[in-house]
Design a protein around this ligand. Structure first.
Ligand code: DX5
Ligand code: ZN
Length: 228
C-alpha cells in the first residue's frame, strides 16, 4: 500500500486576519499539509481568496508546507498558472465545473502541480472513475461546499469505500464536518487524506486533535493491509 495518513487543516475557520500565523501554527501542531479553500461566489455561495493571498502565505510559511488548493470556482482552468506561480503544490478542481477534465489535468501537470479531483455530494463516484488513473487524489466532499462548520454526511462513505476498493493506492481525501467524532467512519471507508477545519482550528489543543485523527487513519490502513 503506497498511501499514508495525512491531516490537512482547513484554515477557513481561523481568524482570517491572521492567516499566515495560523498556517504556521497548524504546521507547528503537526499538520501534514494545508488545505486552502478558494471560493469564487459563483460555483459556491461564498467568497474567500485567490492567488495573491497564496503567494503571501507561501512567503510566510517557507518552501516546505504542502498547499492543497481546493478550487471551488466555476472556471478552474483560469487559475492554474497563477496558482502554480504563487507556490501551490496541488490543484484540486471540481468535476462539476468542466466538460473536459482531461485537458485540465494535463495543464495542471504541465504547470508542475499535483492533480486533485473533487466531487460534490450530488455527483456520483462513477463519474469520477474514468479520471482516477490520471489523478493524484480524489476528494469526496462530505458537505455541500461553501462553508466550514457543517454537519458531516455519513452517506458519502460508500463513495470512499468504492474508490478504495477500485483504486487501492489512490490518495482519497474527505472534506467537511470531519473531526474526532466522525473520523472513524472516514478511516474505515478508506480515506487517507483528512481535511479538518473547525474541529482542529477551533480546538484548545489542535496538536492532540491532529494526532488523534492521524492515529485513527493509520490504524485503519494497518488493519486493511493485515486483512488483505
Ligand atoms: C467547505 C470547505 C472545507 C471546510 C471544512 O466548503 O471545502 O474545507 O473549511 O471545514 P469543517 O471541517 O469545519 O467542515
Ligand atoms: Zn475544502
Amino acid at each position: 500500500m503506497s498511501y499514508s495518513a495525512k491531516i490537512g487543516p482547513s484554515i477557513l475557520s481561523s481568524d482570517l486576519a491572521c492567516l499566515g500565523s495560523e498556517c504556521v501554527r497548524m504546521m507547528e501542531c503537526g499538520a501534514d499539509y494545508l488545505h486552502l479553500d478558494v471560493m469564487d461566489g459563483n460555483f459556491v455561495p461564498n467568497i474567500t481568496f485567490g492567488h495573491p493571498m497564496v503567494e503571501c502565505l507561501r512567503n510566510c510559511v517557507g518552501p516546505d508546507p504542502f498547499f492543497d488548493m481546493h478550487m471551488m470556482v466555476s472556471r478552474p482552468e483560469q487559475w492554474v498558472k497563477p496558482m502554480a506561480a504563487a507556490g501551490a503544490n496541488q490543484y484540486t478542481f471540481h468535476l462539476e465545473t468542466t466538460t473536459n477534465a482531461g485537458i485540465l489535468i494535463k495543464e495542471i501537470r504541465e504547470s508542475g502541480m499535483k492533480v486533485g479531483l473533487a466531487i460534490k455530494p450530488g455527483t456520483t463516484v462513477e463519474e469520477l472513475a474514468p479520471w482516477a488513473g490520471q489523478i493524484d487524489m480524489a476528494l469526496v466532499m462530505t458537505v455541500e461546499p461553501g462553508f466550514g462548520g457543517q454537519k458531516f454526511m455519513e452517506d458519502m462513505m460508500p463513495k470512499v469505500s468504492w474508490l478504495r476498493s477500485q483504486f487501492p493506492s489512490l490518495d482519497i481525501e474527505v472534506d467537511g464536518g470531519v473531526g474526532p467524532s466522525t473520523i472513524h467512519k472516514c478511516a474505515e471507508a478508506g480515506a487517507n487524506m483528512i481535511v479538518s477545519g473547525s474541529a482542529v482550528v477551533s480546538s484548545d489543543d489542535p496538536r492532540s486533535v491532529i494526532t488523534m485523527l492521524r492515529t485513527a487513519v493509520s490504524e485503519a490502513i494497518q488493519k486493511r493491509s493485515l486483512d488483505r
